[in-house]
Design a protein around this ligand. Structure first.
Ligand code: NAD
Ligand code: UDP
Length: 314
């Protein structure tokens, strides 16, 4: 039985990781301050004796009084609406929080995995994005608090690898969706599904011509597991290369929900990346990983989840 510390474990992706590693018979310690996560996400495993929840802000030192084999650092606001609401917390958790999580991994001789992001590529000038692209980020724009925190996090993680020989893994996650996202977290998929189920206008920013590539959460956590147990120390993109415009996404969600909603075009936020698609050659060749869930199937499961929690009910 291995012991994993999962920071941000009460969030969307973190809770799926808790679930996966508990199902495989491990001990899981979730460390989360519930800034953007919920205890509701932990309800399925609160009674599991191999699971513990520590409510703690990881921007402050983390103390764990038992052996730890793996530290998975997922704590950070992730939705643009959240990191706009919490800019300083976002910078702190990406910098101080990552430093503390690395310190824990070093002290425990644990493997460290960082949840990085496609946002390190900013508004990319290279398409699709490969891991050797350095990115195009505005450090002082509204997204800078998130993008630069994650770029710093990658830099300090590799510094701990080079200086202290911590076995570091870095996953650059592309837009991921699925059950346990918050209805009101402000990201495109939860917004569009909630709006469609309520019959309200779908808020498409700009003309909706910007593109994203959406990954279903089960595919992502399978890839994270493969990376964690691999020998790789260089960053790895995990994402579904199927790219679509935001308008196409809105229309697909209207179709799949059978909603009468119309589309309401709003202003495009500053520095919104115009395109985004992962090049997953590295994950394919070095991890044997490939996404398996196509976007219609993943959206249907996500819509069912949102219905089950009462989204759209008047
Ligand atoms: P989320 O907001 O659902 O989860 C983040 C979790 O971190 C929440 O439970 C929150 O309470 C916790 N947290 C935030 N600050 C904390 C702090 N200082 N101390 C302790 N806990 C703290 O977001 P998510 O979508 O699950 O994202 C998880 C991670 O994956 C983040 O690091 C994010 O940057 C990264 N990521 C996600 C996506 C995506 O599409 N979902 C894409 C790229 C990267
Ligand atoms: N978006 C939108 N309407 C919304 C929320 C988001 O058109 O209500 C757009 C947003 O401008 C971006 C894309 O959808 O171009 C994906 O946004 P999200 O917040 O999900 O993630 P991002 O990729 O921007 O981090």
């Amino acid at each position: 039985m291995k012991t994993l510390v999962i920071t941000g474990g009460a969030g969307f992706i973190g809770s799926h990781l808790c679930d996966l590693f508990l199902r495989e018979g491990n001990r899981v310690l979730c460390v989360d301050n519930l800034l953007t996560g919920t205890e509701e996400n932990l309800r399925p495993f609160l009674k599991n004796e191999r699971f513990s929840f520590l409510r703690h802000d990881v921007s402050k030192p983390i103390e764990i009084g038992e052996k730890v084999d793996y530290v998975l650092h997922f704590a950070s606001p992730a939705s643009p609406a959240d990191y706009h609401a919490y800019p300083i917390q976002t910078l702190k958790v990406g910098s101080l929080g990552t430093h503390n999580a690395l310190g824990l991994a070093k002290a425990k001789k644990a493997v460290f995995l960082l949840a990085s992001t496609s946002e390190v590529y900013g508004d990319p000038l290279v398409h699709p994005q490969r891991e050797d692209y350095w990115g195009n980020v505005n450090p002082i724009g509204p997204r800078g608090v998130y993008d630069e925190a994650k770029r710093f996090a990658e830099a300090i993680a590799l510094a701990y690898h080079r200086t202290h020989a911590v076995d570091v893994k870095i996953v650059r996650i592309f837009n991921t969706y699925g059950p346990r996202m918050r209805q009101n977290d402000g990201r495109a998929i939860p917004n569009f599904i909630s709006q469609a189920l309520a019959g309200e206008p779908i808020t498409v920013f700009g003309q909706g011509s910007q593109t994203r590539s959406f990954t279903y959460v089960d595919d992502l956590v399978r890839g994270i597991r493969a990376l964690l147990f691999s020998k790789l120390n260089e960053p790895v993109n995990l994402g579904n290369p199927r790219e679509m415009t935001v308008l196409e996404l809105a229309r697909l969600i209207i179709e799949l929900t059978g909603s009468p909603s119309r589309i309401d075009f709003r202003d495009l936020p500053q520095d919104d990346p115009r395109v985004r698609q992962p090049d997953i050659t590295r994950a394919r060749t070095k991890l044997g990983w490939e996404p398996a869930v196509d976007v219609r199937a993943g959206l249907i499961k996500t819509i069912d989840y949102f219905k089950s929690i009462g989204a759209g009910a008047k």
